[in-house]
Design a protein around this ligand. Structure first.
Ligand code: GLC
Ligand code: CA
Length: 537
């Protein structure tokens, strides 16, 4: 196996607007992150994936970039960004920038020029089709609802946007666009960033006339060119967000020869609790055996020929403890179980801010939501005749704002996030769930995560061990082993709230307990609610 620094690294994702506000305007900022660097050092993570902080009108909270080489004033300025890179370095933490390259903001200089006239040099930076008002080129629907085509009367043309109307798609078929992007990436590398996360990268090579959005025919050609022109000139961690990745495609994205990215960030496990062929809002119970199969196949299929990200959460997903754990009486146990289950696998683990505290979903009224996807869906489904109750159930279960409520630092007003009015309500459970009460408690969820980060560095089997699923058909237990030439690691998790028998006593006979989520084990042959254990020989 090729050794790379990021193979035993753990990444922590920060959603800046919700992490720490330093000036009382209710919005998290770069100075706030700098203030909290000690906390991240304590957790022991190696890199921060920073959701976008570039200049942006914030239509999609920064995933609509108006200037890739400047910072949104609400978050700070370029000097703050440099200060953040320098401060992180003191803790051996690298900064991963979020590159949103499928689209820009409609307020980006390129787009403002592009819509001036058809022969403007920037016109071809975006995707345009001639047409008639009211008759879009085809019936493609955007990710946030509505048509992907927006009419510009002055030009008598439509532009293509896979996300909101304020996120026009960039035309990757134009070599000038690609060159501008590469120069911008090199500029950030020069500033000393440690890597990049590539937003919806599987959608850049779209071919709207053929209704192709994901995995367009030129996709890997473009990624390989970008990698050659930029990433390969440095020792970076690069991660491609790809909703449509299969195992075969993952081998391209994360080819060990370094021709594309370090790793892929794919979502097959994340889509399991929704009705087949429907949207994420159409809820279905989690098929547990399927979850085991899916995670297992990602462990085995790309072993030695690719690299995966390990995650339960990000800024687009609900909180895992509320989703597949139990955020009531077994919140602590189930949050730790989910952590142990994931962090024993092969890949690079991602911890999303607050996950290490067991932060939960929030059930707000519609007025308290801010996310464009949630608000558009509310509107659309109301018009389609869904009841308010149905819609709110979906939002409470799957809405992206579940992961975007302010970080819960302590039990003071607004959870220590801001002295002003937070841009989105703080989860009312902050008095009970907060960092202050966990950092020095050896039995806290935070301490469990810290331990998992350390173990990955201490035992190479976490990085290179071959994965084998145990108890394949067991309806309650998720168990597996990892084996390399020297050692074996066994992870056993009760995924549910009932006590069950533990049929692996022989397997673990001569092994030592590395980590568990209950204080002591009185009876090794039983697993208590959400009990998780990690053994090593
Ligand atoms: C990615 C981001 C999401 C954003 C979308 C459009 O999926 O994670 O937050 O809305 O891309 O940029
Ligand atoms: Ca602020």
């Amino acid at each position: 196996m090729i050794k790379k620094w990021w193979k035993d690294a753990v990444v922590y994702q920060i959603y800046p607007r919700s992490f720490q506000d330093s000036n009382g305007d209710g919005i998290g900022d770069l100075k706030g992150i700098i203030q909290r660097m000690g906390y991240l050092g304590e957790l022991g993570i190696d890199a921060i994936w920073l959701s976008p902080v570039y200049k942006s009108p914030q239509d999609d909270n920064g995933y609509d970039i108006a200037d890739y080489q400047d910072i949104e004033p609400m978050f700070g300025c370029l000097d703050d960004m440099e200060a953040l890179i320098a401060e992180a370095k003191k803790y051996n933490i690298r900064i991963i920038m979020d590159l949103v390259l499928n689209h820009s903001s409609d307020e980006h200089r390129w787009f403002l020029e592009a819509k001036k006239s058809k022969d403007n040099p920037y016109h071809d930076y975006y995707v345009w089709r001639d047409g008639k008002e009211g008759v879009p080129p085809n019936d493609m629907k955007g990710v946030f609802g509505g048509s992907t085509w927006e009419w510009v009367p002055e030009l008598k043309q439509y532009y293509f946007h896979q996300f909101s109307v304020k996120q026009p798609d960039l035309n990757w078929d134009n070599p000038k666009v690609r060159r501008e992007i590469y120069d911008m990436i090199l500029w950030w590398m020069d500033k000393g960033v440690g890597g990049f996360r590539l937003d919806v990268i599987d959608q850049i090579a779209k071919e709207p006339d053929k209704k192709i959005t994901q995995n367009g025919p030129n996709l890997h050609k473009y990624i390989q060119e970008m990698s050659r022109e930029t990433f390969q000139k440095g020792d970076l961690i690069t991660v491609g967000e790809a909703w449509g990745a299969t195992h075969e495609l993952a081998k391209l994205y994360s080819n060990p020869d370094g021709s594309e990215f370090s790793m892929v960030f794919q979502f097959e496990h994340i889509g399991l609790d929704q009705q087949e062929g429907k949207e994420k809002w159409d809820l279905a119970p989690l098929p547990f055996l399927k979850l085991k199969q899916v995670l297992t196949r990602w462990q085995t299929e790309i072993y030695n020929c690719g690299w995966n990200s390990l995650f339960w959460n990000n800024h687009d997903l609900p909180r895992i403890v509320s989703r597949w754990g139990n955020d009531k009486e077994y919140r602590v146990e189930s949050a730790k179980m989910l952590a142990i289950l994931l962090h024993g696998m092969q890949g690079t683990p991602y911890i999303y801010q607050g996950e290490e505290l067991g932060m939960t979903n929030a059930a707000y009224e519609i007025e308290d939501y801010r996310d464009i996807e949630t608000l558009n869906m509310y509107q659309e489904r109301s018009e389609q005749g869904y009841t308010k109750e149905e819609i709110m159930n979906s939002i409470h279960a799957k809405g992206r704002d579940n992961g975007r409520t302010p970080m819960q630092w302590d039990d003071t007003e607004n959870a220590g996030f801001t002295t002003g009015t937070p841009w989105i309500k703080v989860n009312p459970n902050y008095k009970e769930i907060n960092a202050k009460s966990q950092v020095n408690d050896p039995d806290s969820i935070f301490s469990c995560y810290r331990k998992l980060v350390q173990l990955r560095k201490e035992y190479p089997v976490f990085v290179d061990g071959k994965f084998r699923l145990l108890l394949e058909d067991d309806e309650n237990i998720f168990a597996y082993e990892r084996q390399n030439a020297e050692q074996k690691l066994v992870v056993i998790c009760n995924f549910y709230g009932e006590t069950v028998e533990m049929p692996l006593s022989e397997e673990i006979e001569d092994m030592k307990l590395l980590l568990g989520n209950y204080k002591e084990i009185k009876d090794v042959t039983m697993l208590r609610p959400y009990e998780a254990r990690m053994y090593i020989n």
